[in-house]
Ligand binder design. Structure first.
Ligand code: PMV
Length: 331
């Protein structure tokens, strides 16, 4: 009953921010992402009667079952699995990410997709990718997209039971698309996306405007991805990211994920663009900036980034593979 998986982070080009159903994790809008190569979570799960209670070890640290972090995320998800598949035995989960957790690098997306993929194998559930995406979505919404490689759309669905809210691949590869990830802070963010988005839906005066323009952003981005039109995809992603941050900032109380380095990078990207170096930015629920560009401008962008004081780490990423089963166990 032991199985291991590796699952990548994904970065949204068209963002998900707001749930129409908190329990099933159903979004108000569809979203589009790129699965990222090289940044992942490795998870091993073991269902066995020898365990007297569930054990969850994340990045070498045991997370106490009484903690809010455990109850709201892992505990909640395990309850869903146990109820749905009639499982009594306890589980040991060991997860390790190769990037800072909770800093706006989609750790919950890779964490829950890795967990769902490993559980699917350990319990021989035989879920296909669509079913796995639906299951993983109930752990963390954005994790529904990490099941797939390349460029992915999570369809919001219409049904109340969530059976039509899952991800699908748009295209598998776009060889010269790159994402230069600038890490500007490594500490955990203060407002988790789950709490932040609920607050935004109920208090931001801009939330309804967001929903009005999202279909157009999705359509343009999907077409741009299929045609590999970098300018359209980059420009639409940047505009969409700014709209999401406008919602965050107009939430009461205001949620501002940016720091001064985040702003410095944004301004630099706009300057570079005015001088002919085409790149765009996207930012999630954290201060890290993901620069979208093509392979031929990576060198210059990295060189420019190195001159910006305060950037802690620069990671160049390509579109990558979705979650998969691996034979290497962590315990
Ligand atoms: O799935 P969550 O709860 O980690 O929320 C993800 C929210 C954003 O990263 C800001 C946007 C997105 O679509 O990934």
């Amino acid at each position: 009953m032991k199985a291991s998986s590796i699952s990548p982070i994904n970065i949204a080009l068209i963002k998900y921010w707001g749930k129409r159903d908190q329990g099933l994790i159903l979004p108000y809008n569809s979203s589009i992402s790129m699965t990222v190569d090289g940044l992942y979570v490795h998870t091993t799960v073991d269902f066995d009667n020898k365990y007297t209670e569930d054990i969850f070890i994340l990045n070498d640290k045991e997370i106490a079952q009484e903690s809010e972090e455990y109850k709201k995320y892992i505990g909640r998800f395990l309850n869903i699995i146990r109820e749905k598949y009639n499982i009594d035995s306890k589980i040991k989960i060991v997860s390790k990410g190769n990037f800072p957790a909770s800093a706006g690098l989609a750790s919950s997306a890779s964490g829950f997709s890795a967990l769902s993929t490993a559980i699917n194998s350990a319990l021989s559930l035989n879920l296909d990718k669509k079913e796995l995406s639906i299951l993983s979505r109930q752990g963390s919404g954005s994790s529904a997209r990490s099941i797939y490689s390349g460029f992915v759309e999570w369809k919001k669905g219409e049904k109340a039971d969530g059976s039509d809210s899952y991800a699908e691949q748009i295209i598998n590869d776009w060889p010269d698309f790159r994402m230069v990830i600038c890490v500007t802070a490594e500490e955990e963010k203060k407002v988790k996306s789950r709490a932040g988005m609920a607050q935004s839906v109920s208090t931001s005066p801009m939330y309804s405007e967001w929903l009005l323009s999202i279909e157009d952003d999705l359509k343009k981005t999907k077409k741009g991805i299929k045609e590999k039109n970098f300018s359209i995809v980059g420009k639409t992603a940047e505009e969409n990211c700014l709209k999401m941050h406008a919602i965050m900032m107009t939430t009461k109380p205001s949620i501002i994920y940016w720091n001064n380095i985040t702003v410095k990078i944004i301004q630099s990207i706009i300057d570079w663009r005015e001088n002919g170096l085409e790149s765009y930015f996207t930012i999630d629920a954290g201060p890290q900036v993901k620069i979208l560009c093509t392979e031929n401008s990576v060198k210059e962008i990295v060189k420019n980034c190195k001159k910006i004081e305060g950037i802690k780490n620069i990671i160049v990423a390509k579109p990558g593979e979705g979650s998969k089963i691996v034979s290497k166990h962590l315990f």
